[in-house]
Ligand binder design. Structure first.
Ligand code: NAP
Length: 254
């Protein structure tokens, strides 16, 4: 039995839609105060109302926004116990067509944004006494590759490089930092990639289905529990077995 997270305060960057919204929904059902950060105020306020949480406008690419996001969350709920550093973008472009701006933009959100959000929340997380950071990485980059996402994969692997040293630095502060590595998850963003992409992806997953945003939320919830306090600097792949087949033949045998 896990200790309830009732009244813990959970800040989810990119919590206004997709995986972040799913993470926030799982924490809200567990009785936590949830705060969702994102740039689009209309969507943020609507999602916060839907989940019974609060919205804070923030662009994680900017240090000042991250500082304000942390300050507003701590002021509203008296502290921050869990930061889910989830905000991310995944534009696709092949390497030969990639511009310097394409690279700067994706690193600004996925890598710099993750680091700035964590840094801004550190004092509050330390005061919590059971501070938790859960980063949303991906299987793409750390384990797998996909054409058009060489820059994206680099950012998702970079997040793991960041958290391993951060875990050492944060351990004396009583803060753990771990990552969830989703496979292909059913989101509005993934829907935009089209039906053909979806069908092909499903056929390449041993469980023959995409993951749900709640699947990622449940992994994040576990890492936030008191019972997970001795786990830090680690990763959990949540992908229905997607990274396992050696080749398509391994699946066709089934
Ligand atoms: P999504 O549906 O497009 O949602 C992205 C969220 O991030 C939105 O709330 C968005 O809100 C926010 N965001 C984007 N840029 C931001 C910025 N600069 N500052 C603050 N918030 C920002 O994406 P998703 O599929 O849920 O992806 C979420 C995370 O999961 C990403 O880190 C992604 O790499 C990872 N992931 C996704 C999948 C998948 O299958 N979907 C698989 C593996 C990993 P605003 O636009 O309003 O700012």
């Amino acid at each position: 039995m896990f200790t309830p997270l009732t009244d813990r305060t959970v800040l989810v960057t990119g919590g206004t839609k997709g995986i972040g919204k799913g993470i926030a929904a799982v924490f809200a059902r567990a009785g936590a105060n949830v705060v969702l950060a994102g740039r689009d105020r209309g969507r943020g306020e609507a999602t916060a109302a839907e989940l019974g949480g609060a919205y804070v406008a923030a662009d994680v690419r900017r240090a000042a926004d991250c500082e304000r996001m942390a300050a507003e969350t701590a002021e509203r709920f008296g502290g921050i116990d869990v930061l889910c550093a989830n905000a991310g973008v995944f534009p696709d472009v092949k390497l030969e067509d990639m511009t310097e701006d394409d690279i700067d933009e994706i690193f600004a959100t996925n890598v710099k944004g993750t680091m700035l959000a964590v840094k801004a929340c550190l004092p509050a997380l330390q005061r919590s006494g059971h501070g938790r950071v859960i980063v949303t990485s991906s299987i793409t980059g750390p384990i797998t590759g996909y054409p058009g996402w060489s820059h994206y994969g680099a950012t998702k692997a970079a997040q793991l490089g960041f958290l391993r040293t951060a875990a050492i630095e944060l351990a004396p502060k009583g803060i753990t930092i771990n990552a969830v590595m989703p496979g292909n998850i059913e989101t509005e963003g993934l829907a935009e990639l089209g039906a053909e992409y979806r069908e092909k992806m499903e056929s390449s997953i041993p469980q023959r289905k995409l993951g749900t945003v709640e699947d990622i939320g449940h992994a994040a919830l576990f890492l936030a529990t008191d019972e997970a306090s001795y786990i830090t600097g680690q990763t959990i792949v949540v992908d229905g077995g997607q990274v396992l087949p050696e080749s398509m033949m391994a699946l066709e045998e089934m």
